[in-house]
Design a protein around this ligand. Sequence first.
Ligand code: HEM
Length: 210
Amino acid sequence: MSLTGLFLIMFLAVHLAGNLQLILPDEGKSFNLYAHNMANNPLIQVVSKGNFFFILLHVVVSILLTRKNTAARPIGYAASKSASKATWASRNMGVLGTLVLVFIVLHLKGFWFELKYGTTPMVDYDGETIKNAFLIVKEAYQNPLYVLFYVISMALVGFHLSHGFQSAFQTLGLNHVKYTPIIKFLGLAFSIVVPVLFALIPIVMYLQNS
Ligand code: HEM
């Protein structure tokens, strides 16, 4: 869980950096050129396959672990879960993860599948004609309900990350009096900053075009 989770955390950071180009005031030129380069880079294509593989693996392992835990303790704890010191996110990782998965499936259907197999409009930059990926995203974010769906989903991603980030280090045995508080702080900062920046993209694009 931790290794696949850490890979996906790195993916999120890179994905965010690329996506922030969507809100540059250049009508999508930087983003389109970036998306075009990514789609034509063989190394990135391998990483992309890795992404899908790691998402699946993360889900499959989580299901197997939950089954194993339930089998090991068929009768629940005597003390109520909410009375324990565990955070709300840590107690609800299964539900949060499932909702994030629903988001990912709808997200891939809306953007990734559309760009790869749909009829994406083309755009010309200095004599080179490439897919206008920006337009697909811009059109999707004209719908306020779609924007709301993204904002809520980013909150779920944030809660899922808030436990996942530090838990990954703990599972790997990277526990240290001095470094654990730093990791916890970085985890909390990452799980707030990254989803907030992701959520700003649909909001800004909606406002830019309304
Ligand atoms: C505002 C937020 C986001 C925007 C605008 C966005 C945009 C996009 C776009 C345009 C693509 C297609 C890229 C291409 O095939 O060229 C894509 C792919 C993808 N997105 Fe997002 N994304 C966002 C947030 C997220 C989040 C939060 C996650 C995960 C929790 C995610 C997971 C993915 C994955 C797994 C792919 C497929 C990447 C691949 O081909 O390897 N995205 N996204």
